[in-house]
Design a protein around this ligand. Structure first.
Ligand SMILES: C[S@@+](CC[C@H](N)C(=O)[O-])C[C@H]1O[C@@H](n2cnc3c(N)ncnc32)[C@H](O)[C@@H]1O
Length: 212
């Protein structure tokens, strides 16, 4: 482990001690998990929104996938992590807000994102909160855009009921045994009929948002 990684682990642990429900893990995600959750990201995916960026493990991987830092919006609630992210990613758009307020922000002046990469602890959140996060995220995504989420649980952390309600489909795209604890990665997309409706709505002057 490098000195930087040890310092990150120590900061993460302190953040967990001060707010265990928000941070939801005692150490940052592994590089292996960061690679798995960004496996489908390419320069063409830009711009990208990251939720719950923490110390920036996924952020580094998104940039390594070819997304320019200025095409990245980082949403993080914890001021401890926000300060670190600002020093590490000075060109990214860093927003210290609750991810449930995603629908109220416009990180790229109306240009839709190709992906939302989430490090949020969805499993420990109430369904109403998860719904607000997904609704807000899909307002910012292109019709073919994807929401990437990891989980330590045995199934997708977004319930079937919620997926059905929002017209979304989840697919498990990877598993990382080398992470502590082992994790799985899910891709969540609009169901084809929904994205067809969204495209139709935007062509006809609508919001283009199937969840509005
Ligand atoms: C499990 S940690 C993941 C951090 C980092 N992405 C990683 O994988 O190491 C969860 C992160 O989400 C942030 N977070 C939790 N709830 C949030 C919310 N409602 N809005 C924005 N960020 C939140 C926490 O502060 C923390 O940085």
């Amino acid at each position: 482990m490098t000195t930087g990684a040890i310092a990150d682990a120590a900061q993460f642990f302190r953040a967990w001690l001060s707010d265990p429900l928000r941070v939801a893990s005692v150490i940052p995600s592994s590089v292996a998990l960061a690679e798995a959750i960004t496996a489908e990201i390419s320069p063409a995916t830009a711009p990208v929104i990251e939720l719950g960026a923490g110390t920036g493990v996924f952020t580094h991987a998104i940039i390594a996938s070819g997304v320019p830092e200025e095409q990245l919006a980082l949403v993080e609630l914890g001021s401890d992590f926000v300060r670190l992210l600002q020093s590490r990613f000075p060109v990214a758009r860093i927003m210290q807000i609750d991810a449930t307020r995603l629908k109220d922000i416009e990180p790229f002046g109306g240009i839709p994102a190709g992906a939302v990469v989430s490090g949020l602890p969805l499993l420990s959140m109430k369904p109403r909160k998860v719904m607000a996060i997904l609704d807000g995220a899909f307002r910012h995504l292109r019709p073919d855009g994807a929401f990437y989420q990891f989980t330590y649980g045995p199934r997708c952390p977004v319930s079937r009921v919620l997926l059905d309600r929002l017209g979304l489909k989840a697919t498990r795209i990877g598993g990382v045994l080398a992470n502590v604890p082992p994790a799985a990665v899910y891709r969540i997309r609009r169901r084809p009929d929904r994205s067809a409706r969204a495209t139709h709505a935007s062509r006809n002057g609508g919001t283009g948002c199937p969840l509005a």
